[in-house]
Structure formats: C-alpha cells, structure tokens
Design a protein around this ligand. Structure first.
Ligand code: HEM
Length: 221
C-alpha cells in the first residue's frame, strides 16, 4: 500500500521545476538575434550600452524589493546574499562607456517589468525569487559571453563587460549555493508555481528587450 507521506514521483523541488519549466524559454532566449550578437561580440555598441542600462535598472529594483521581502519572510532572507544586490560591476561597465547609472532611462519593456515588480512585491513578495533565479542562472552562460564580448568589442579585462562575469572564480560555488538554499526552503506547490510563473515572465521580458533594442534606431538609444 502506498505511503501517503512519501512524495509522489512527480513532485519535484523548486530548482528542478524552474529548470524544466523554463528550458524552452531559455533556448529561445539563447537563440534570439540580440543574444547571439552579444554571444559573438558583434553587438552594436549603442545597443549593448542600452542593454547594460536595462540590466542595471532591473537589478537595482529587484535588489531593493528582495531586501524588503527578506525583512518579513525568513525564506527570502535565507536565499538572499549581499552580492545579489551588488551593482558595482554593471555600474562600472556603464561608466566605462561614459554613462551615469542613475541617469539610465528604461525602455518600454523594462518600464513594464519595473512597475510589475512593484505590484508583485506588494501581492506576493516570495515570488520575486523567480526573477532572482533567472538573473543568477544567467551567470552560467554569461561567463563565456564576457570573453567574446571583450574580444569582439575590444574591451579591457576589468571594465565594459565585467557584469557578465561578475562572480569570477566564485560563479560555480554561488550557483550551487543558490540552488541548495532555494531547495532547502521547502516551498509548497502553489509557491513553486508562483516562483516559476515569475521566472517565465522575466525570460519573456528578456526576449522583449532584445526585440526592442534590435528594432530601435541608433538615434533613439
Ligand atoms: C547566448 C546566450 C546564452 C547562453 C549561451 C547560455 C548558456 C547557458 C548554459 C550553458 C547554462 C547551463 C550551465 C550549467 O548548468 O552548468 C545556462 C544556464 C542558465 N541560463 Fe543561460 N545562456 C544564455 C543566455 C541566457 C539568458 C539571456 C538568460 C536569462 C536572462 C539565461 C538564464 C539562464 C538560467 C536561469 C540558467 C540556469 C538553468 C538551470 O536551472 O539549471 N541564459 N545558460
């Protein structure tokens, strides 16, 4: 007879659910023209700088909202690390291109995301972890992208593309730690579903940002 305390075989932890549910979206994002241009270091500089600006805005707002969420939810506090809200790499990359981070203006896709994040933080702050998953997970492929970006755009080792390798030698360790602490929180199914839904939303936004940047003429960026 089945033991009802034993998890059913289709019950998976939050990190397996995130990876499996967003696999197709990851592949589509990876295959997007804009990401391919980034990955091959052939991206137009004005688009690249505009992209860095959007990343800065996203990280800044998410970092602030997660810190607030951590003050009321111990599980968010357990997952959140100080380096998750460290903007120094993306800020110094922007400054390398003579852009002041505080002056960056969101493009439409980012503006939509930022106001959605505010709303989500009021309604379901725990689900913000779905956004953190996408940004943390992206450090896996981005590490290699940093090399091609530097080569293709003739950038120095330490500035211009440092965001993409912001964890340096600690990337694998930090990614493993993120996975472990997420899995250790014992999220229930509806919490997992909410986190997954927000991860999908951020993948979609990356796709939209790529489209928007490619469609925007240099006069506007
Ligand atoms: C040219 C573009 C990209 C390439 C080549 C790439 C490559 C990779 C690779 C190789 C991994 C697996 C690392 C491992 O398991 O050891 C990975 C994981 C991941 N990437 Fe990307 N990536 C790209 C773009 C992106 C973008 C734009 C995002 C999101 C903004 C993203 C989000 C993620 C996430 C969330 C994971 C973790 C998957 C998991 O749960 O195991 N990637 N990527």
């Amino acid at each position: 007879m089945a033991d009802h305390n034993t998890p059913a075989s289709d019950v998976v932890g939050v990190m397996d659910a995130l990876r499996e549910s967003t696999k197709d979206m990851h592949n589509e994002t990876e295959g997007h023209d804009f990401q391919k241009q980034l990955g091959s270091g052939t991206v137009r500089q004005d688009r690249y700088v505009a992209y860095l600006g959007q990343l800065y805005l996203m990280h800044k707002q998410l970092g602030e909202l997660l810190k607030r969420a951590a003050s009321t939810d111990g599980r968010v506090a357990a997952v959140l690390a100080p380096y998750h809200s460290d903007l120094s790499a993306v800020s110094s990359d922007l400054e390398y291109f003579s852009v002041a981070p505080e002056g960056v203006v969101p493009i439409a896709s980012t503006a939509g995301l930022l106001s959605y994040m505010d709303e989500l933080a009021r309604r379901s702050p725990l689900a913000l972890l779905g956004f953190l998953y996408v940004l943390e997970g992206s450090t896996n492929g981005a590490k290699f992208m940093a090399k091609t970006l530097r080569a293709g755009m003739n950038l120095p080792d330490d500035r211009g593309a440092s965001y993409f390798d912001r964890y340096g030698d600690q990337q694998r360790e930090r990614w493993s730690h993120f996975k472990e602490t997420m899995n250790a929180q014992g999220f229930n199914q509806s919490e997992i579903d909410a986190i997954v839904a927000e991860a999908k939303r951020l993948f979609q936004t990356f796709f939209d940002i790529g489209n928007e940047l490619i469609a925007t003429s240099s006069a506007v960026l």
